[in-house]
Design a protein around this ligand. Structure first.
Ligand code: NAP
Ligand code: SF4
Length: 667
């Protein structure tokens, strides 16, 4: 008897039956644009082999003007169709099904050719779109239909028509972006004409035995967004036009409400899918911040949806479904919703990967092959870099001992996990703990490893991490380190945080909360961010009502620029907005004169002033902890040095885990 009877139940769509209720949601990985279609095929085939019910590809452009960026992949030629055929063949050979997402970006297209219902530039794009005339609209419909027909020729089992997230079809639905007065604008009947017409013509062109998913925006989170009545009306029309499934879309890309970041509560938007479900006869799919089989099973068992969509969890672990089905759910590498290696990469023009699984999108290049020459490997430091090295080296057949002076594994991941909004890090620590327990790694915790302990090993890997940098501020002996603060040292009501890097922001977040994390309280989180009910406020955009901060906080840096610029590309704005909502005073261009019993003396714009704080917390960066590495070298042993012990600047768990995995793959 499985623990996930609802999740693993098949879903009959008439002409085809999905083997379970798990959809791998669309993600732009950048793989298609590399032109290496063997790699694209390997990526999707690994997920199909891992048991997912239905895969949806990254968005494919129906035409040049609708591509998310110039050169975005699509099905434009016979060569494209042949390339995609390699993907669909590989997925089918692995036992899976795959639908191609058709994504017309409208005014979000990053190029001068972009088109939209009205000539209104989006706040997240430098390009003003051209308003389409009636003929132009017909061309867009025709191009989307052609893309669907070509998808079928390329062997796909279906298409997903992207109608949410503020893209082209969504732009027609609301007055926020559609100011037309012709048959494609004005009344809601007219505004929803385009998406309904697209689905109707796609269905007519592909025939009945082909999956057509429509991704519908259930909550726009922008001004003048859709009302709930409009959402329901659209859903019914889309069903009538021939869609097989309705997938959930949450929030436009320009919305200033986080929808998938790690601080968003799990399954935070499933209540909307649940509310839509009784209004339609076709299956509905829920999405956003679902990352474990338990959460998915709970949603389906409660009747809130017919399927669950997970996207990033399939970067973290291709075998998510297979492990759940085999009773090994605790071995699923958890997506912690950090965006660090996936969306942050995508928006920096880099190939997607995953913080917890560096093999994601690198399946053909980073291979953990069994070793022919097993060695005795010592790894010192059980933080992310050391744990990953030990696991991969042991998996390959090496005899690995993992040392840490602490009585538990995890290193600095424990600090991250103590920050409100970063609770997912606990799951990552738990996963490493489980995997190490089930591996052949000889764990030597609570023991300081010295040169003598390591001399007998063939290979030594130093992953001893970092120590806080000494900023040399007069009076700093009065201050607390971030380690002390995050471990719960008493802190007064007025606090200055020195250093506004990732850790300074984390510490500020820790300080402004009363020990009650909005991430673990959906109603509180909704109030904090102004997520309302679209039945009461259009688009579900309500006035934020943040709780008063637990402390008055100053967050300081020496650089003159705005604090937080170096944070994650897709999450930095969330951290800045969250702290601003709590009244945190973020100051750049600060120099530190002294810490006195009256507070922190700083100089800014040439003016010296006293910040009358009770406590000062040092978050001034870190330096490598290389004592053991240097001692080994002096003793004639050359270790591999990785993670923070190698380079402390800009260290994060992503680089640590990636470096550990890559070293272990070649030991
Ligand atoms: P960091 O990002 O390098 O920031 C160090 C901060 O200390 C900067 O604000 C820097 O600003 C200041 N600083 C540097 N030298 C100083 C000195 N001598 N005196 C006073 N201030 C000084 O390091 P971190 O905050 O320790 O974070 C370490 C890494 O963890 C980061 O690279 C980050 O990637 C990762 N992390 C990320 C997140 C996240 O949210 N994604 C969260 C936590 C940690 P000025 O030089 O301008 O003063
Ligand atoms: Fe999830 Fe982070 Fe991996 Fe992206 S990088 S898939 S958010 S764990």
């Amino acid at each position: 008897m499985t623990a996930y009877p609802h999740l693993l139940a098949p879903l009959d769509l008439g002409h085809v039956t999905l083997r379970n209720r798990v959809l791998m949601g669309s993600m732009h990985t950048g793989l298609e644009e590399t032109g290496d279609w063997g790699r694209v095929a390997a990526f999707y085939a690994a997920r199909a082999a891992g048991g997912v019910g239905l895969i949806v590809t990254g968005g494919m452009a129906p035409n040049r003007e609708g591509g998310v960026f110039p050169g975005a992949a699509g099905l434009f030629s016979d060569t494209d169709i042949a390339n995609h055929r390699r993907v669909t063949d590989a997925v089918h050979a692995a036992g899976g099904l795959i639908a191609m997402q058709i994504l017309h970006a409208g005014r979000y297209a990053y190029g001068k050719e972009c088109v939209a219902p009205s000539a209104l530039k989006s706040p997240i794009s430098p390009f003003a779109p051209r308003e389409l005339d009636a003929e132009g609209i017909e061309k867009q419909i025709s191009d989307i239909v052609t893309a669907a027909v070509r998808a079928r020729e390329a062997g796909y089992d279906g298409v997903e028509v992207m109608g949410s997230e503020g893209y082209f079809l969504n732009q027609f639905l609301v007055r926020h972006t559609n100011r037309r007065e012709d048959e494609w604008g004005g009344s809601y009947e007219n505004r929803m004409r385009l998406p309904v017409e697209v689905v109707r013509r796609v269905r007519a062109a592909v025939g009945p035995d082909f999956i057509v998913i429509y991704r519908i925006s259930l909550i726009d989170l922008v001004p003048d967004g859709s009302t709930w009545d409009e959402v329901v009306m659209l859903a019914r029309r889309i069903e009538g036009a021939g869609a097989s499934l309705l997938n959930t879309g949450i929030g436009w890309h320009e919305a200033r409400v986080p929808t998938i970041a790690t601080s968003v509560p799990r399954a935070a938007f499933t209540w909307l899918t649940a509310r839509l479900r009784p209004h339609v006869g076709i299956p509905v799919i829920t999405s956003n911040r679902i990352n474990t089989p338990e959460v998915g099973e709970g949603i389906l068992a409660a009747g809130q949806a017919d399927m669950v969509s997970m996207a990033r969890p399939f970067l973290a672990d291709a075998d998510f479904v297979a492990k759940a089905a085999a009773g090994r759910a605790d071995e699923i590498a958890p997506c912690i919703a950090c965006n660090q290696a996936c969306l942050d990469h995508t928006f920096s023009g880099k190939l997607t990967s995953c913080l917890v699984n560096p093999r994601a999108c690198h399946e053909t290049e980073l291979v953990y092959a069994p070793t022919d020459t097993p060695r005795r490997v010592a790894v010192v430091g059980a933080g992310p870099a050391g744990m990953m090295t030990a696991l991969v080296a042991a998996q390959r057949g090496h005899h690995v001992a993992l040392f840490d002076r602490a009585p538990r594994v995890g290193g600095q991941l424990h600090l991250a996990a103590s920050v409100p909004g970063k609770e997912e890090f606990l799951g990552l620590i738990q996963w490493f703990t489980t995997m190490l327990d089930r591996s052949t790694v000889d764990l030597r915790l609570g023991a300081e490893a010295g040169v003598a302990d390591l001399a007998a090993f063939d290979t030594v890997v130093i992953a001893t991490g970092v120590t806080p940098r000494d900023p040399g501020i007069p009076g700093q002996e009065r201050a607390l380190s971030y380690l002390e603060a995050l471990r719960g040292a008493p802190v007064g009501g007025r606090v200055a945080v020195i250093g506004a890097g990732g850790i300074g922001f984390d510490v500020a977040e820790f300080l402004v909360h009363q020990g009650h994390s909005p991430t673990e309280d959906l109603a509180l989180w909704q109030r904090e961010w102004g997520v309302g009910d679209p039945a009461e406020v259009p688009g579900g955009l309500a006035q934020p009502q943040p709780e008063p901060p637990a402390r008055e906080v100053w967050l300081l840096q020496r650089k003159a620029e705005k604090p937080g610029r170096g944070l994650g590309k897709t999450t930095g704005w969330i951290h800045r907005a969250a702290l601003a909502a709590k009244g945190v005073k973020m100051l750049g261009g600060v120099s530190y004169t002294a810490i006195t019993e009256d507070g922190l003396v700083i100089t800014r714009d040439g003016v010296e002033q006293l910040l009358p704080v009770d406590d000062v917390i040092l978050c001034a960066g870190q330096v490598p902890e290389r004592g053991l590495a240097d001692a080994l070298i002096a003793a004639g042993i050359t270790p591999h040095v990785i993670g923070g012990a190698d380079v402390a600047a800009e260290l994060d768990a992503k680089r640590a885990i990636d470096q550990g995995a890559r070293l272990a793959a070649v030991l």
